[in-house]
Every structure is written in C-alpha cells, then in structure tokens.
Design a protein. Structure first.
Length: 621
C-alpha cells in the first residue's frame, strides 16, 4: 500500500484488459464502503466527497523517490579503470564471443585498450575531440576500441552496420569522423561511404576475427602493436563538457541527429542504473555464486547496448556473452549452453518468446529475469511468456538523449505493475505537460493525468551536434528535455508511456494512441505482429486508424481468406475500444513490420507504403 494513503482504504492501480493503457482508480467510500466508478485521468476534485483524502497528489514536477546517488566528477576511463572500489579480480571474464568463445578479462581489456589509445596518438596524430566512427556488427573488440578512443581524448560515434553507403556517409560527414573502424563483412559499404566523406583508406581499420586478405587495411591489433613510446599520456578531460559518445537518433521522424553525450552523462547513468537495479546483478552472485551471465544481442551501436551492456558490464563485473546478430533459436541455445541469468530484450523478442515453437526445445530455467524497453508490453503478453518459460519481464524506459535509462521497474515490481516503465531514476525530475495544438504555452498537468513527458537530470544530453535549432526545440535553458512521449504517472510513482506525440492519430478531434490499439491486437490469435498507423481518409475527412498485420500461421492454415480475416479482426477490436478508436482504415496484411534496432516501429515506412489507399471513393469504412 502506498505510504501516502490511509491504511484502512482500499486502493488499487491496474489496467483493464480492454483498455491496456488507461489509468484506472477504484476507490471505496469510507462511509458506505461501496466501490466508486473507475476514473480515467482522475481529477481529485471529482472523487466521491467521502473519499477526498484519497485524492492523487497534484504537484508537478516530481522528483525521483530513490535516495540521491553520488556521481563522481571524473571522465569515463577514470571511472571504469582507475576506481579504487572495483570488486572483482583482474582475471574476471567481462566480454565473451558467444560463438567462438574468445574473451577479454578485465586485465586483457585494459591492456588492449591502452595500447589502442596510444596507437591512435602515434599513428593518426590523435587530438582531443577527434572522432572514431564504429561501423560494425556486435563484437567483443568494440569495447577495446571504445575505451582506447576515450583514453586518447576522442569521441566514439557508432553507426548501424545495416546502413547504406549514403546513410553512413551522412554520419561520417556530420560527425567529422577521422578514423572508421569496421569489419570485412561490411567493408565494401564502409569504403564507399568513407570515399564520399573524404576519409582516406589508410584511416579505415578492421576489428573482429577476420583480416583483410589483400592486406590493404590495418587490423586494430596492428594499431596496438606499433606504439612503444612512453611519452603518450591519458588526455585530460572535463567530464561535464567533453563529449564521450556521439550517437545518432534512429531518424524515425526525419534525418538522424547527432546526440552529444558527455562523460558525466554516461557516468551519471551508470550510477543511476546501479541504484535502480538494486544489486540483483553482480560479478559473484547468481544462483550458482559464479556471477551473472548476461546474454547480449542488442546492438552496441545503439545507446541501449552501449551503456546498459558494454559499460555496465565493465563497471559491475558481470559476464557479457556477446551475439553478433539475433535469431531466436541461437538466443535460446546460448541461454541453455551458457546458463545465462539475464538478458536485455525488446518487444519483438518478447513476442517470439510467447509464440515461437522453437522456444519449447530449450532449457531456459537459468534465466532469473529479463528487461524490455522501446515500447509498452501488455499484461497478457508478459504473462503469456511467464506461463511458458517461468521468467519475469520487467520494463524500463529511456532515450538516446538521456544516456539512456530514465525509468526502470524494480525486480520485485515486474508483476505488480505490468505495463509501467517503472520508477524515475535517482537524481532526476519529471513532469507531464499539456499538448496544445493552437500554439499556446504548455502547462503542467496533475499526477494521474495524461501529458507529454519532460525530464531533467545529470544524464540529459548536451544537445544535438551542429543543430542548435533542434536543440532549442526540445531542451530548455534550465535543463528540461521534451521527450515527445505521451504518458502519465500514478500515485505510487510508477510511470506509464502510452505513445509518441507525433504518432497520435487525430480522428475528428479525438486522439487515438496507436500503441494502445497494438497492445490489444497483438493478443488476437490471428496476429503475429502488428502496427497501427493513421492515414488521411477522404470518406471521413479525417485521419483514421489502420492496422498493418503479420498474419499468424494458425490464421493462414484456417482456410479463412484475407478479406474475411481482416473483417474478423476489425469486429473483434470494435468490441474492446471506444467508438473513435475503431479501425476505420481497416486491416492490411504485410510480411513484416519495419522496426529500428531497438524495436520501435517505423510507422513512416508503412505510411509511405499505404498513403494513397484511403484517398479515393473506394474507402468504404
């Protein structure tokens, strides 16, 4: 029970099956003990007069209910490699390749990183602020290049290895990259992009187990070995103003923006994560006392993997088992073979764990918990996974601009507040603001009411690289970051994210959150995956919701035509939502839902694909 509520009152916070993203407050009148009606986004003044003391706190902003944590005023190298409180020994394995079993211990990692940092200075006349771009699938060598670059005073800018040459060239030019590190599998794209960006071929280096058969490109170990000079020293860093990572936003709403994260931003977020995680992951804990083994497939070029995996593993000393790419059977096999105890995952993986037949073949009993981010999970989905493999899924929230983690569920809360992204991290403030469409000034809403989330804390980024207008649009002079995400906070301090401001579908004056409809639709047995988009309909003179559906194998084998199945899905959802949320745009079947590496749906791609479908008089909705 919430400490702020009288002990003799019955209070509950849950999400109904038919409205998975609504906040519902059930109160009981103390004079007659009868339940009152559920209230969406309740105003305390509207509660039953006899239960006025149950009113939600109204004040925004709110501060984290965690105790504040001390944040060392040091650069990342000092924080990770020069700390006096490191609990684990030099020979502790930190990063291990899941396939080859090659690994780095703390000592071999530190030695290799130092040599690479010195090699940068000796080979490339490396200066403070120079940028090393990483264009590579996951590799246990990535941390070596990352920490070595930071030792030398450089900036690390990771890029998606699925980029085209044009996309990579944009990031190389925008970041001003001096050296590009890549792998042979994507070398042809890297070479083309480097040429477009004006990077010489002798500034392209390789990592991983393969070498260049033509010996035109140095392997990073060659950069390590050329430096024997003792005159090179670690670059002096100002933690709060020197950039450590220049990560690029996913570009879901336009051209990617370079997010500048300082050394202090990342140090802060590691300390926040440690506090929020509550000591459940450790180098010598776990069920067998040999420490936690974390299976890592999230991309290291994304801030989620860069901070929560690469950096956190080094700070905490747990064993990171690195997959170069994800597929569900390999993931299950590695959990079984390595007896993995934890994994950071994303919603598409949760769907697979709940539905894919291959999961039944493997022993996943070593897993103690999983953590999902990127999009809300419904109660039905979380519980379906738990009933199948007996592993809980806690949820969290963060953004590239916040290093990333701002909210996380405690381990003990994963089942109590399903759908919540958890509590605000230590040393942070949050507020929800109105979203006026008439250009008027936003105002703070009450706790329990829906609004756009704003955040402030030491992990909030410095700004967008070479983009002062975009920075000004979302980052205020007093440090408040406008996230663009819609949600609310309940009276117990649990935060909920329901959608993106720019993705809300506006149907005749009503706002329809796509994620809410997706949360319902994914539980339909005819659906393997789904995305809801808004398209302009001439028939309605408004935007209408349309569902893009990946049809399940069960549905395909049922003999039902696509037309009949689509009609069934529309009718099924009609009974579960308000009138304005119905799928007036209908259902379209697709082979897959386009998503970015963190699992977020790329709605703009679907909108582009279907934008002309509802324009003509054919729209019979």
């Amino acid at each position: 029970m919430d400490r702020g509520l009288p002990r003799n009152r019955k209070y509950r916070d849950l999400r109904s099956k038919s409205k998975p993203l609504l906040y519902i407050l059930n109160t009981f009148c103390p004079s007659c003990n009868t339940p009152e009606l559920p209230i969406l986004n309740p105003d305390p003044l509207l509660l039953h007069p006899g239960s006025a003391r149950l009113a939600l706190p109204r004040n925004m902003p709110v501060s984290s209910n965690y105790p504040p944590v001390d944040i060392p005023n040091v650069d990342l190298w000092s924080f990770l490699f020069e700390r006096e409180d490191r609990p684990y020994p030099d020979d502790k394995i930190l990063y291990q390749d899941a396939e080859t079993k090659r690994h780095y211990t703390y000592k071999t990692l530190k030695d290799a990183s130092l040599e690479f940092g010195k090699g940068l200075k000796a080979t490339y006349d490396w200066k403070k602020g120079d940028v090393l771009a990483l264009f590579t699938p996951n590799s246990i060598d990535t941390p070596v290049l990352t920490w070595g670059t930071l030792w030398a005073g450089g900036v690390v800018s990771p890029a998606n290895p699925a980029y085209t040459a044009e996309e990579l060239a944009f990031q190389l030019k925008n970041s001003g990259a001096k050296v590009l590190a890549t792998q042979p599998a994507v070398l042809s794209v890297a070479k083309e992009a480097a040429k477009k960006a004006g990077i010489r071929e002798d500034h392209i280096i390789l990592l991983g187990d393969q070498r260049d058969p033509e010996a035109r490109f140095k392997h990073f170990t060659s950069v390590l070995n050329i430096s024997r000079a003792t005159r090179y020293r670690k670059q002096k860093i100002t933690p709060e103003s020197d950039v450590a990572f220049l990560v690029y936003s996913s570009g879901t709403t336009g051209v990617p923006k370079g997010v500048m994260l300082s050394h202090r931003n990342i140090v802060s977020n590691i300390m926040q994560q440690v506090a929020g995680e509550g000591g459940n992951l450790s180098w010598n804990g776990g069920p067998d006392g040999k420490g936690d083994r974390v299976l890592a497939f999230l991309p290291f070029y994304h801030i989620y993997g860069l901070t929560c995996l690469i950096t956190q593993a080094l700070y905490k000393g747990y064993h990171l088992i690195v997959m170069s790419k994800f597929d569900i059977e390999s993931w299950c096999a590695h959990v079984q073979n390595y007896r993995a105890t934890f994994s950071y995952i994303v919603p598409p993986v949760v769907l697979l764990l709940g539905k894919h037949p291959v999961v039944e073949k493997y022993d996943l009993s070593s897993l103690r918990m999983m953590n999902s981010g990127a999009a809300p999970l419904t109660q039905e989905l979380v519980e379906s996974v738990y009933s199948r493999i007996k592993v809980g899924i806690k949820q969290g929230y963060g953004l590239s601009e916040t290093s990333p983690t701002t909210h996380s569920q405690r381990w003990e809360d994963w089942r109590e507040h399903i759908g919540s992204v958890g509590r605000l991290m230590p040393n942070m403030e949050a507020k929800y603001m109105t979203m006026p469409e008439d250009g008027s000034e936003s105002k703070e809403v009450n706790v329990g009411e829906v609004g756009e989330l704003y955040l402030r804390g030491p992990n909030v980024f410095m700004g967008y690289h070479k983009n002062p207008d975009a920075t000004k649009e979302c980052l205020s002079a007093d440090g408040w970051f406008r996230t663009g995400d819609v949600g609310y906070q309940d009276a117990k301090g649990n935060f909920f994210i329901t959608d993106r401001v720019k993705e809300l579908i506006k149907y005749k004056g009503f706002q329809v959150p796509p994620a809410e409809l997706e949360g319902l639709l994914v539980d339909n047995e005819a659906i393997d995956d789904v995305a809801v988009i808004g398209l302009e309909s001439e028939a309605h003179g408004s935007e209408v919701p349309m569902a893009c559906v990946v049809r399940s194998a069960k549905s395909k084998s049922s003999g039902s035509s696509e037309k009949d199945e689509a009609a069934k899905i529309v009718k099924w959802l009609d009974s579960k939502v308000a009138h304005h949320k119905r799928l007036r745009g209908g259902v379209r079947f697709v082979d897959q839902i386009p998503k970015n590496p963190s699992g977020k749906i790329l709605r703009r791609m679907l909108k582009q694909q279907f934008k002309d479908e509802l324009k003509g008089p054919k729209a019979k909705l």
